[in-house]
Unconditional design. Structure first.
Length: 423
């Protein structure tokens, strides 16, 4: 019988048939959602033999919601995510020229989803602009509620900007040009520590080797520099047995998690030239935005980049496709559903259903290795077979029993390079 997920003292309490809210999304959203939902249901059925299933509960936001209700983000949608804790969404249209600044940001801030989780790794067979994409296997924890994304801005030429300039000049001696728009960049102790805490706990749970704090503290000393310092405090005070800093171990952490920090602009170079040196990344909002897309470009592009927005304290989480609505492709059954499929895999892993999550990722890797891909990858891969959105999802479902049989023999669901031997 369908039940809601709850949060207990020891984490999420997930029933065998959890109610999971979903938003199809706008533009290409319905196309990619149909393909993805079939993949999720098949993986859960195959791994758990009917002992578990998902009770999907549809919610509305974006253009679809506006046409139905006259609201871009109905209160019922927020209440649905609040009640059922964990859900998933496709891409949403944000109104231009007024109204809500960003529906995605609004959902994150309303539910206080402070951690943007962005795992990035290369799947065998995906074209890449770098020589060693197989070395890219990182998980970005991007702070989601503060920094310049908080939305504290006043427009150039407005009375608010004039009053703020006057106050800053009078109280602090800060003289801004009169034709300036002004934004506030808040970075708090609480916001910083809970983000880094979640990143370190993730590294502990999943056996990761290091956590790198990425910041621009050499310039913004009291915001990003403080973020760095508070991050080290969390490691030192809350994880003393599990972590060690570079200075303490000389780069030889042994079986403990290495805590280090890198300046943001240097990190954008490091992920290109030395990706094997980095594992879990904890960073501020704007830095995380840049790094997420830069890393995605190394492993197949944003069409294969998963995302999740999580509050590890309350348990609330909304996983999402990280790309836009691409309205010119809406209804054409053409685009890559990989982003929402991999986001769903991360959602299942968050629920503790790791077997189903691993099976989805293994199936995706095996299908791409067979050069069965949608148009975005087909144009980059020689001798590939271009398929529709729905056909790509079907190919994953067809591959799953093969991988599961292999898993029974080998003990792993990671896609074998010789998968065809088991077809």
């Amino acid at each position: 019988m369908p039940e809601g997920i709850t949060m207990g003292e020891n984490g999420l309490k997930v029933p065998d048939e959890p109610i999971l809210p979903f938003i199809e999304g706008d533009g290409i959203g319905p196309d990619i959602w149909r393909a993805a939902q079939a993949v999720f249901d098949a993986a859960v059925e195959i791994v758990y033999g009917g002992g578990r299933r998902i009770a999907w509960h549809e919610l509305y936001a974006g253009e679809t919601a506006f046409k139905k209700t006259g609201e871009w983000l109905p209160q019922e949608t927020i209440k649905g995510f609040e009640e059922y804790l964990v859900g998933i969404k496709g891409p949403l249209t944000t109104p231009v020229g007024g109204g809500i600044r960003s529906l995605n940001v609004t959902i994150r801030q309303t539910l206080d989803l402070f951690a943007c989780l962005r795992p990035v790794r290369w799947y065998r067979g995906i074209p890449s602009p770098i020589r060693t994409p197989h070395l890219v296997d990182m998980v970005i924890f991007r702070e989601n509620t503060e920094d310049v994304y908080a939305g504290f801005e006043v427009e150039e030429g407005s009375d608010e900007a004039a009053r703020l300039r006057g106050f800053l000049g009078q109280e602090y001696g800060w003289h801004l040009r009169p034709d300036s728009g002004i934004g506030i960049k808040p970075i708090s102790v609480e916001g910083s520590k809970r983000l880094v805490r979640s990143a370190i706990q993730y590294a502990v749970t999943f056996g990761r080797r290091s956590v790198t704090i990425v910041h621009k503290g050499n310039i913004m000393k009291f915001t990003e520099g403080a973020f760095r310092n508070w991050g080290y405090e969390v490691a030192r005070e809350e994880f003393p047995q599990q972590t060690v800093t570079w200075d303490e171990c000389g780069g030889e952490p042994g079986d403990r998690i290495l805590i280090q920090d890198v300046i943001a602009d240097a990190m954008l170079q490091q992920v290109l030239t030395r990706p094997a040196n980095y594992d879990v990344i904890a960073t501020t909002n704007l830095n995380g935005d840049y790094l997420s897309d830069a890393l995605a470009a190394q492993v197949g592009g944003i069409g294969l980049a998963p995302g999740g927005n999580i509050n590890y304290v309350t348990g609330h989480a909304v996983f999402e496709a990280t790309h836009g609505t691409a309205p010119k492709y809406a209804g054409l059954d053409k685009v890559n559903p990989g982003s929402v499929i991999l986001s769903g895999a991360n959602m299942l892993r968050y629920l503790g259903w790791r077997g189903a999550a691993d099976l989805i990722e293994a199936a995706l890797e095996a299908v791409i290795a067979d050069r069965i891909v949608t148009y975005d990858l087909a144009r980059l891969m020689r001798y590939s077979t271009e398929v529709k959105t729905s056909e790509f999802g079907e190919a994953l479902v067809e591959k799953m029993p093969i991988i599961e049989r292999y898993a029974a023999m080998s003990g792993t669901r990671r896609a074998p390079s010789h998968i065809r031997a088991y077809m």
